[in-house]
Design a protein around this ligand. Structure first.
Ligand code: IMP
Ligand code: MG
Length: 184
């Protein structure tokens, strides 16, 4: 049985709340923020979040990877860079989940060094605080989970499976076994 962590309704409330906060933050800003979705995990969250942000804004995407199966490798690969020049702009990194912190730590440093943005703000859907190995300032958090469980659904995957599920859950081991079998 799947253990549900966040239902569709809870996700809607979270994305609405974060969207309102970000609207408030940028409503008197002199330049439009660029929301940068971290592929692929944050795509579902990004789509719901930006619908709730009511200011002129731009979007872009970046792709990195660090996970194999249910473990973070700690080694980050940049797989796809931005297409916009964000120099001098406010950037909001939109991420699905912070776990060890390595990915966001890397990404923030990378964007600052390469593009010299005005500021880099982090908005993360889920914070798995207890799994942190490197310190990273997360400015906006949707939900904090207090156990180091492996989560799936709503963009969160196991070897690319389960991103299509519309809620967040802890999978039973049979489900992981099924995906292992299907990927052979
Ligand atoms: P970190 O670098 O360890 O903080 O991991 C960040 C990335 O690993 C996230 O952007 C996710 O893509 C992935 N990740 C971390 N925890 C989970 C999980 O519980 N389920 C699925 N993916 C996860
Ligand atoms: Mg991610």
């Amino acid at each position: 049985m799947r253990e549900i962590v966040l239902s569709q309704k809870e996700i809607q409330e979270i994305t609405k709340g974060l969207g309102e906060k970000l609207t408030e933050r940028f409503k008197s800003a002199s330049s439009a923020p660029v929301f940068v979705g971290v592929m692929k995990g944050a795509l579902n969250f990004m789509m719901d979040l930006i619908k709730n942000v009511d200011v002129p804004m731009m979007t872009d995407y970046i792709q990195i990877s660090s996970y194999e199966g249910t473990e973070s490798t700690g080694i980050i690969h940049l797989k796809r860079d931005l297409t916009l020049d964000i120099k001098g702009k406010s950037v909001v990194i939109v991420e699905d989940i912070v776990d060890t912190g390595y990915s966001l730590h890397y990404l923030k440093e990378y964007l600052i060094e390469k593009y010299q943005p005005k500021e880099v703000i982090i908005c993360c859907f889920i914070d798995k605080k207890c799994a942190r190995k490197i310190d990273v300032d997360v400015d906006y958090v949707g939900y904090t989970i207090d156990k180091p469980a492996f989560l799936m659904g709503y963009g969160l995957d196991y070897n690319e499976f389960a991103r299509n599920i519309d809620y967040v859950y802890i999978p039973p081991k049979e489900e992981i076994e099924l995906y292992d079998k299907l990927s052979k």
